[in-house]
Write a protein that binds this ligand. Structure first.
Ligand code: F6R
Length: 604
C-alpha cells in the first residue's frame, strides 16, 4: 500500500522519480506527489494517477527527490493529504508508507509545542517530529523521531539544510536500496528502479540508511553503523514493462507458459524420478510437523486452499488453511505444526504478522513467495520462490499458478518422504508437469473463443462460479478475478452448497460458470448443473476437451486439454483469468489498477 521513492544522483530527479514511481503505481493510485530540491524543496501533489501529477510538475532541475503514490488510510483522497508532507519550517520533507499507531498522541504533543498540521494524515506527524528532533544532523533527527513512533513505516526524508542526503528508515513496511554508479535509489519495491540498476541492498526492520550520490551508510536499531553486502537481482527489466500488451494483466497471463517452466526448473528430475528442494527446505518439509497450517490472504489464500486438496490427497496429512488476518489473532499455534505462509509480495502485513507469531510460538515456518529479500523471506525458517518475475497487474495471475504448483511440489516431496506416493505415480505426475507449458499454451490459443464467451457476461449483475474438490477453491479464485477487475458481483461456491442457501439468489439472469473435473466429482457436478438449469440461468462449463456429454447440459463450453496426471487445475486457472480479463476489457475497466485496490497490502 503506497509506493515511495527516493533518488539522489546525477540525472534529472524529476524524470527519474516519476519514472520509478510509475512502476510502483500498482501499490496505490489515489493521489501522488513529489518533492525536488532546487535551491529549496519544491513540492507538487495531485489527486489521481501519476500521469496527472506529471502533467502538473514544471520542468525543474534538481538531482535529489522523493515521491509517493498513495493508497489512502488516514484522511480522504485530497491534494492536501497527498504526500510529501512538509515541516512547518519547510526544511523537512517526507514520504511515508505505513501507519503511525500513536499519531493522535504525537500530534497532540506537537500541537502543544506550536506545530500546525495541514492534513488529516498520520504521516504528517513525521515531518514535524523530525523538525522537532533536528539539530544539525538529519540522520540523527530521523533516528530520534522513529524512536517515538509506534506502528510501521517505510520513510524517505529530505532536509533542505543537507540537500545532498536522503534518509531512509523502515519498520514492517518494505524499503529497498538500489545501488547505482554515482546515484542511489530508495523504493518500496525493486521493479521501481530495475531499469537503472539491478544491485540492491535490503534494509531490515528498525534500520536507517543515509544515501548520497556516492555513498550508502546503514545504521542498526542501536544507531551504530552496519556493513551490508549488495545483492544482484536476476529479474529482467522487461518483466516490469508491458512489451506490447495492452495491459500488464494480459501480459502476465500469457507469461504462464514460462511461469510453469520456471517453477519446475531444477525442482523435478524425470531421470531420478525426484522432486528436489535445497536440503534446508527439505528438512523443514520432512521434519517440521505433525500437521500443516497454510496462512495467506486473498488470491494466495485460494492457492493455499487448492494446496490443501493437493497435499491431503497425495500425503494424507491434515492441512488447515487460514486467512492470515484471522489467524494472527485467533490461530492455534502448536510448536509441532509447520506453518506455510503463501504471499506473492512477501509483504502482506497480516501474513507477516501470522508468521511472526508462529515463530514466536516455536513453530517451523516456510514461505512461498515471489519476492526474494521480502519481509516474509527474512522472517521464515525457509522460503521457496515462485520464480515468476515481477507481477505488476494488481490482480494476481501468474503468481497464483506458481503458488499452486509450488504447493504441489511440496505435496509430492512430502508424499515421497511419507511413502504415500509410489514411484510410478510420481513419474506420471512429473511427466504431466513437464507437459504443462504446452497445455497452458493450448489454453492461451483459445483466447478468442473465451472472449466470445466473455461477451455473455458483460451485462450480468451477478455471476456464480461453482466446482467440487480442488475446483471449489478455483471457483473462489475465478469469482475474485471477475469481481476485482470487472466490478461485476461474483461468488464462488462448492457446487453441493447451492441448495443450502445461495439458490435463493439465483435467477435466470445469473450466469453460472461450472468447473467440471473429469474425476470422481463428475457425476455430482452434472446433477448440480441440472439443479441450476431448472432455475433458468445460463451455464458456462469449463470442461475437459473430450467431454462430448457435457454439451447437452450446458449453454457454452470452454474446453481444457486432457492431462492424465490430474493437473487440470492449471489450465482451468488460466481459462478463468482470461474470462475475467476479457469481460473487464469489454467493459473498458481499469484492468491493471482496479478501483480501491492496491497490490501490496501493508496495512491491517
Ligand atoms: C487478488 C490479489 C490479492 C492478493 C492478496 C495477498 O488478485 O492479488 O487478493 O492475493 O492481497 O497478497 P500477497 O500474495 O502479496 O500476500
Amino acid at each position: 500500500m503506497c509506493g515511495i521513492i527516493g533518488y539522489v544522483g546525477f540525472r534529472n530527479a524529476r524524470t527519474v522519480s516519476i519514472d520509478c514511481l510509475k512502476r510502483l503505481e500498482y501499490r496505490g493510485y489515489d493521489s501522488a506527489g513529489i518533492g525536488i530540491f532546487n535551491e529549496k524543496i519544491q513540492v507538487f501533489k495531485e489527486v489521481g494517477y501519476i500521469s496527472n501529477l506529471e502533467k502538473h510538475i514544471p520542468h525543474i532541475k534538481g538531482c535529489i527527490a522523493l515521491a509517493q503514490t498513495r493508497w489512502a488510510t488516514h484522511g480522504k483522497v485530497t491534494k492536501i493529504n497527498a504526500h510529501p508532507h512538509v515541516s512547518n519550517n519547510e526544511k523537512i520533507t517526507i514520504v511515508h508508507n505505513g501507519i503511525i499507531e500513536n499519531f493522535k498522541e504525537l500530534k497532540q504533543e506537537l500541537i502543544s509545542k506550536g506545530y500546525e498540521f495541514k492534513s488529516e494524515t498520520d504521516s504528517e506527524v513525521f515531518a514535524h517530529l523530525i523538525q522537532d528532533c533536528y539539530k544539525d544532523n538529519i540522520k540523527q533527527a530521523v533516528y530520534d523521531a522513529v524512536q517515538q513512533v509506534k506502528g510501521y513505516y517505510a520513510l524517505v526524508v529530505l532536509c533542505a539544510d543537507e540537500p545532498d542526503v536522503l534518509i531512509g528508515a523502515r519498520k514492517d513496511s518494505p524499503l529497498v536500496i538500489g545501488v547505482g554508479d554515482n546515484e542511489n535509489f530508495l523504493a518500496s519495491d525493486i521493479p521501481a528502479f530495475l531499469k537503472y540498476t539491478n544491485r540492491v541492498i535490503y534494509l531490515n526492520d528498525g534500520e536507517i540508511c543515509r544515501l548520497t550520490s556516492k555513498s550508502i551508510e546503514i545504521f542498526g536499531n542501536d544507531n551504530q553503523p552496519l556493513k551490508r553486502e549488495q545483492e544482484l537481482i536476476s529479474w529482467d527489466v522487461s518483466g516490469a514493462e508491458k512489451t506490447g500488451f495492452p495491459h500488464f494483466m494480459l501480459k502476465e497471463i500469457y507469461e504462464q507458459t514460462d511461469t510453469v517452466h520456471q517453477v519446475i526448473r531444477g525442482r523435478i528430475s524425470e531421470i531420478q524420478r525426484e522432486v528436489m528442494f535445497p536440503e534446508s527446505i527439505e528438512s523443514i518439509i520432512k521434519n517440521g510437523s505433525n500437521d500443516i497450517h497454510i496462512v495467506a490472504c486473498g488470491t494466495s489464500y485460494y492457492a493455499g486452499l487448492a494446496g490443501k486438496y493437493l497435499i491431503e490427497q497425495l500425503t494424507g496429512k491434515p492441512v488447515f488453511v487460514h486467512l492470515a488476518s484471522e489467524y494472527r489473532y485467533y490461530g492455534n499455534y502448536n510448536k509441532n505444526s509447520l506453518i506455510i505462509g503463501v504471499t506473492q509480495s512477501g509483504e502482506t502485513l497480516d501474513t507477516i504478522a501470522a508468521l511472526k507469531k508462529a515463530k514466536h510460538h516455536g513453530c517451523k515456518t516456510l514461505v512461498v513467495t515471489n519476492v526474494i529479500g521480502s519481509s516474509a523471506t527474512r522472517i521464515a525458517d525457509g522460503f521457496i520462490l515462485t520464480q515468476s518475475g515481477p507481477e505488476i497487474g494488481v490482480a494476481a495471475t501468474k503468481t497464483f499458478t506458481a503458488q499452486v504448483l509450488v504447493l504441489l511440489l511440496i505435496a509430492l516431496k512430502l508424499g515421497v518422504f511419507n511413502k504415500t506416493i509410489g514411484a510410478d505415480s510420481l513419474y506420471q505426475l512429473i511427466q504431466s508437469l513437464k507437459k504443462l507449458p504446452r497445455v497452458v499454451q493450448h489454453v492461451l490459443d483459445q483466447s478468442d473463443h473465451i472472449k466470445k464467451v466473455a461477451e455473455q457476461l458483460v451485462n450480468a449483475h451477478s455471476v456464480f462460479f461453482i466446482g467440487r474438490g480442488i475446483n471449489f477453491p478455483l471457483s473462489l479464485e475465478g469469482a475474485l478475478k471477475l469481481k476485482e477487475i470487472s466490478y461485476i458481483h461474483a461468488e464462488g461456491f462448492a457446487a453441493g452448497e447451492l441448495k443450502h442457501g445461495p439458490f435463493a439468489l439465483l435467477t435466470e439472469d445469473t450466469p453460472v460458470v461450472a468447473i467440471i473435473g473429469s474425476d470422481e466429482t463428475y457425476e455430482k457436478m452434472v446433477s448440480n448443473i441440472g439443479e441450476v438449469k431448472a432455475r433458468g440461468p445460463k451455464v458456462i462449463a469449463i470442461a475437459e476437451e473430450n467431454d462430448e456429454t457435457i454439451k447437452q447440459f450446458v449453454d457454452e463450453v470452454i474446453p481444457y486439454p486432457s492431462n492424465k496426471g490430474g493437473l487440470s487445475c492449471i489450465p482451468i486457472i488460466v481459462i478463468m483469468q482470461l474470462l475475467a480479463y476479457h469481460v473487464a476489457d469489454l467493459k473498458e475497466c481499469s484492468i491493471d489498477k482496479p478501483r480501491n485496490l492496491a497490490k501490496s497490502v501493508t496495512v491491517e
